[in-house]
Write a protein that binds this ligand. Structure first.
Ligand code: SAM
Length: 290
């Protein structure tokens, strides 16, 4: 289903100093970046299916960013969604998005930390993360996810993985990419093997843990989905122009922001484009039942 017209960046204008002071994800949300997870909306939909999400379900999306996936699922499936994230500006953007897409009745957003979820035990029919659990203290967070689930409900994660047995040179370069992402986000970041993801979900007491591995990415197909989810080609083009202009402005005016982009590109190249390293990396859609 197509969105009403998505308005991802109603204007708030920040000075270069203010933009530099933002945390990485708040800054990217300010620029208008809709989402980050590697499998895109195709994997969002797949993960929802794997977690048996339908229109009667109440879903928690942890680390929801600017709420793109949450609004998408609310429109596609009709489920109720609560999104939380530690990045305050991202949550503001998420609220605007829900309003502009006409799903504020179904999707609620609030600031919150994955390690101490502000919800009663047994509140949700599914808990989802997309490109978030990689940044967390999973021993604490997965226990929290399990606590807030109803019995028989699913945790579902869409996160990157790296293969276990890989040549020393590739191991070193992937470790370098992890270090860069940790440095620019200010969050600890690690890529786990699929075996390790399974182990960590089981350690939280989840049953029937199933980890499915995928390789990224069909860019063209994903771009089509993204454009549809933004309300069509013109909204997408408007978004691209707005984001590129803003990005260029801060890129030109701030050495600090230039440095961040440069480092980000280095890590993306290692993980997603360079053949000798990216072939050992992919994403998992993993589920476990309470
Ligand atoms: C790579 S982004 C992914 C955002 C979104 N899930 C997506 O797919 O685009 C990681 C998100 O996790 C959030 N995050 C990191 N640590 C968190 C924590 N402890 N609690 C809640 N959110 C967190 C960040 O603020 C950021 O929005």
């Amino acid at each position: 289903m197509q969105a009403e017209r998505d308005i991802p960046h109603r204007e708030l204008k920040l000075s270069v100093k203010q933009a530099e002071a933002l945390g990485y994800y708040d800054f990217m949300s300010y620029l208008g970046v809709p989402y980050y997870h590697v499998g895109g909306l195709i994997s969002t939909k797949k993960l929802a299916e794997l977690c048996r999400i339908d229109s009667a379900k109440k879903v928690l999306m942890v680390g929801c960013g600017t709420g793109f996936s949450a609004c998408y699922l609310a429109r596609e499936i009709g489920c109720e969604i609560v999104g939380i994230d530690i990045a305050e500006l991202s949550i503001e953007k998420a609220k605007e998005r829900a309003k502009s897409q006409g799903v504020s009745d179904k999707v609620k957003f609030r600031v919150g930390d994955a390690h101490v979820l502000p919800f009663e035990a047994g509140t949700f029919d599914a808990v989802i993360t997309e490109f978030v659990s990689q940044f967390l203290d999973r021993e604490r967070a997965f226990k929290e996810f399990t606590r807030v689930l109803r019995p028989g409900a699913y945790v579902g994660i869409n996160e990157m993985y790296r293969e276990k047995e890989i040549p020393a040179k590739a191991t070193k370069e992937i470790a370098q990419a992890e270090k860069i992402i940790g440095e620019i986000t200010g969050l600890p970041f690690s890529l786990l093997s699929s075996e390790k993801w399974k182990e960590e979900l089981e350690r939280a007491g989840l049953k029937d843990v199933n980890v499915r591995m995928y390789k990224p990415i069909r860019y063209l197909q994903e771009t089509k989905y993204m454009a549809e989810a933004m309300g069509g080609t013109w909204s997408f083009v408007e978004y691209l122009i707005g984001t590129i202009l803003k990005m260029t402005k801060y890129y030109l005016l701030s050495r600090k922001i230039r440095y961040r982009f440069k480092r980000l590109e280095e890590s993306k190249k290692i993980l997603l484009r360079k053949k000798s390293t990216s072939k050992y990396v992919g994403y998992v859609l993993a589920t476990g039942k309470k």
